[in-house]
Design a protein. Sequence first.
Length: 169
Amino acid sequence: MTEDQVLFAKHGQLCVFKFTGNVRHTQSAGLDHFVHELFSQQSGCDEVLVDLRECHYLDSTSLGLLALIARLYIKLHQRHPSLLVTEKDMQALLCSMCLDKVFTLVNQPTSARELAFAEMPAANQSEIEHVKTILKAHEELLTLDEGNRQTFQPVVDLMKQELAEKDGQ
């Protein structure tokens, strides 16, 4: 296994996403599709935990995908998923992006169960599909806070323009 990756495990009704290393849009490309599939069916994920204890860096796409996980889980269960984070810098980043509004931040696991993690399925995306995934992740960040909207709206607008130009070719 590589260090920079997104992993998933399920134990009973608990679904755990584990981000390790430096997670960028390239490591999380399959996450968007996986999360939509997971929450669109009766997956039995009554509890969701995102473990960031071994994560050192998240790019804005990965932060947007965290927002997506939270939004879909909240829509399904009317409560917040949990985000396990122990590093102060990572906590500060998450709070600055307002992810503390849609996750319950915890700093220690509720149990010590060993989970069998599997690497997130690789996405077989074209360049345009990959840009659309990045765009959707950034749009998720826009919904969390006006500060996020001011920060990421120019990025979203630029990506939309780029996609429109590619569609016109």
